[in-house]
Ligand binder design. Structure first.
Ligand code: C2E
Ligand code: MG
Ligand code: MG
Ligand code: MG
Length: 280
């Protein structure tokens, strides 16, 4: 896990009984302060278009460098932030930080990719979201076309206005993906009505594709479904040559996973962004 986060986790917490609760309590009590203290940062993970062999976007993934708990992944604090409402100021910080970073890259002449931002249900269902995001983009002379938004299926169960929000964001020029597709309780009929850009097939299906024919069938079917509906498909969690080969065979347009790169800080992701750079 520590390796996955790209840093070394402090050995402060052991695997003793009750570890989780004390760790959770620690995180909870310091979450509010963390934003002020500047303890959050963003890592970026590339998404590869297989036909072109080119990085077409980067997903921004938030990290919290807690003084005691060490580098901490979003799985541990995003739910907490969502519960407490802190996700709104944190989400704003994340989006602003993405805009700042994209502006830096654009000024270096790096413009062949977008940056994907995850939005939790509470952020997504906030009134005036489209105006708000456009205003933050404009602060850096960017437009909706410079980013992509990712939401999970669960977003549609927390608010009746989610469908309209998707429509409005699309009208305003945002690209929108359903993240972790296949793990929620969505019906297939809503997909037909929903004007999203594409689907990110959850890594749980992709990971087990090599060994389990049933998983292979699911992934193949989702890729075909996406193609039929005119949606883009992205396979998450691609770790091996074998999985990559299977996805190529299935005509999967875009992949993301450790096979290409782990999430990395901006300076380390930089070499992957050279316009002429191609991947096998
Ligand atoms: P996600 O949006 O589905 O992001 C993909 C997660 O899979 C990331 O975990 C990434 O590090 C991990 N991953 C990527 N490739 C591989 C692979 O090949 N193998 C394996 N085993 N894992 C891989 P991470 O960074 O821990 O993020 C977890 C979740 O936290 C994200 O899932 C997303 O739902 C949420 N999250 C992350 N950043 C943000 C953010 O800025 N805002 C919000 N609201 N949620 C965020
Ligand atoms: Mg995501
Ligand atoms: Mg996902
Ligand atoms: Mg996820």
């Amino acid at each position: 896990r520590a390796k996955e986060l790209g840093g070394n986790q402090a050995g402060f917490f052991t695997e003793e009984l009750g570890e989780k609760t004390s760790r959770q309590m620690l995180l909870e009590s310091s979450l509010r302060q963390a934003l002020v203290k500047g303890e959050f940062s963003l890592f970026y993970q590339p998404l590869l278009n297989l036909a072109e062999g080119r990085v077409v976007s980067l997903e921004a993934l938030v990290r919290w460098d807690h003084p005691l708990a060490g580098l901490t992944g979003p799985g541990e604090f995003i739910p907490l932030a969502e519960e407490t409402g802190l996700i709104l100021p944190l989400g704003d910080w994340i989006f602003r930080e993405v805009c700042r970073q994209v502006r830096l890259w654009r000024d270096l002449g790096l413009s062949s990719f977008r940056v994907a931002v995850n939005l939790s249900p509470r952020q997504f269902n906030r009134r005036g979201l489209a105006d708000h995001l456009c205003a933050l983009l404009a602060e850096r002379s960017l437009s909706p076309d410079d980013v992509e938004l990712e939401i999970t299926e669960g977003t549609f169960f927390t608010d009746d206005g989610s469908f309209e929000m998707v429509e409005e964001l699309r009208r305003r020029g945002f690209r929108l993906f359903i993240d972790d597709f296949g793990t929620g309780y969505s019906s297939l009929s809503y997909l037909r009505r929903l004007p999203v850009t594409g689907l990110k097939i959850d890594q749980s299906f992709v990971r087990d594709m090599a060994d389990e024919p049933s998983m292979r069938a699911i992934v193949r079917t989702v890729i075909e479904l996406a193609r039929t509906l005119g949606l883009e498909a992205i396979a998450e969690g691609v770790e091996s040559d074998e999985i990559l080969r299977l996805l190529r065979e299935m005509g999967c347009p875009v992949i993301q996973g450790y096979w290409l790169s782990r999430p990395l800080p901006p300076d380390q992701i930089r070499p992957l962004l050279d316009p002429g750079r191609r991947f096998p």
